[in-house]
Write a protein that binds this ligand. Structure first.
Ligand SMILES: Cc1cc2nc3c(=O)[nH]c(=O)nc-3n(C[C@H](O)[C@H](O)[C@H](O)COP(=O)(O)OP(=O)(O)OC[C@H]3O[C@@H](n4cnc5c(N)ncnc54)[C@H](O)[C@@H]3O)c2cc1C
Length: 327
């Protein structure tokens, strides 16, 4: 049987939505290839609703449970997954294109000499090949890649691109507890943890986001966005043009080909509100938009709209918030 494995990410209590997306995709591929679906879970004494992985399509769950995996430990994770792979020989691994998923996929691909196609948005079976589609650096262009069906290979998939299938609650899964492999010699050791800087921390977890669009006008003006974010403890994000212009790295892009976010507050600065951007932020609690064009679509979803120039509004907002924070 062809084994298709996914990495099920979680926050220590619940599985991330992208895990269910990957399971749905793996199930679809397994049906076409007459294969089976397994979910890999790296857990560190976490209380996880493992059964739910079965509802979304996992035939089997490999639960690698060790306190060293409570926070991601790449050396232990790679060694443990490598041993499982040697035992069960999966053909295809689907990982989320998240910070952890991308890191782990790259390490496994190098250590096992497997092929890796990162940041995909679509997978199709074409004859005896697997066709993969992923965005390229050029605006509006996606690359189409073809990989052998016999693998082994790893594909990372951008979260929120495939959608989540309806769960089948009657579906059961087999859970196999696996002892973690602790390598004797570790090139890299995890030696501690620090609170993440909200300006660079994972956007998916941010409570407050100040997002820049092309209307911010210049790289120099980005400091206005950063200042406001710093004062209110927010993360900085942006639209695709802002990333294409080099004002922010791709990891800060919100939208269909970026990250999907659900902050309590989203301040959209000079953002038009194109569908591909809105797809990644419409679930924000409160949306504040600043735009010179009162007809901009962002105002259709904004709870509060300011029709004015960002270079005037942002310094004022920052000043007011700074004053409020002092009180
Ligand atoms: C396949 C595909 C995937 C895509 N994925 C994404 C994605 O993941 N994320 C994403 O963001 N986009 C994505 N896009 C691009 C998307 O279609 C839009 O082009 C993009 O979101 C527009 O970004 P923007 O709002 O920054 O720029 P624009 O659409 O150019 O809007 C700029 C806005 O700023 C306003 N403005 C101008 N000057 C000022 C000022 N001084 N003060 C205040 N407001 C001002 C303007 O009125 C305008 O509304 C994707 C496109 C495709 C085809």
């Amino acid at each position: 049987m062809i084994g298709i494995w996914i990495l099920a990410e979680h926050d220590g209590g619940n599985f991330a939505l992208c895990s269910f997306e990957l399971l749905g995709e793996a199930r679809r591929l397994a049906q076409k290839l007459a294969g089976t679906v397994a979910a890999l879970v790296l857990a560190g004494d976490d209380e996880l609703p493992i059964d739910v992985l079965g509802h979304y399509g996992a035939d089997r769950v490999y639960l690698i449970d060790d306190p060293r995996l409570h926070h991601y430990d790449p050396t232990v994770a790679v060694a443990s997954i490598t041993r499982l792979c040697r035992l069960h020989q999966p053909v295809l691994m689907l990982f989320p294109a998240t910070t952890t998923g991308s890191d782990l996929a790259a390490r496994l691909a190098v250590s096992q000499d497997w092929s890796l196609v990162p940041h995909c948005v679509n997978i199709q079976i074409r004859g005896d090949r697997i066709e993969l589609v992923r965005p390229l650096a050029q605006r509006g262009i996606h690359g189409v890649f073809s990989a052998s069906q016999s693998g082994p290979g790893i594909v990372t998939i951008l979260p929120d691109t495939l959608g989540v299938e309806r769960p089948e609650r009657a579906r059961r899964t087999m859970v196999e507890r696996v002892t973690a492999v602790i390598p004797q010699h570790q090139d890299i050791e995890v030696c501690g943890f620090v609170a993440a800087d909200p300006r660079t921390s994972d956007l998916g977890e941010a409570e407050i986001i100040v997002a820049a669009g092309r209307g911010v006008g210049s790289l120099d003006n980005m400091r206005l966005v950063e200042e406001l974010a710093t004062v209110i403890g927010g993360s900085v994000a942006g639209t695709r043009p802002v990333v294409d212009l080099g004002w922010l790295p791709h990891s800060r892009q919100v939208g269909q080909t970026g990250t999907s976010v659900r902050p309590r507050l989203y301040i959209a600065c000079g953002i038009s509100g194109a569908a591909q951007h809105v797809a990644g932020m419409r679930d924000a609690g409160t949306i504040v938009a600043v735009n010179t064009d009162r007809g901009a679509p962002i105002f259709d979803i904004a709870d509060l709209g300011i029709v004015d120039d960002v270079t005037k509004v942002l310094p004022l907002l920052t000043q007011c918030c700074r004053a409020l924070c002092r009180k």
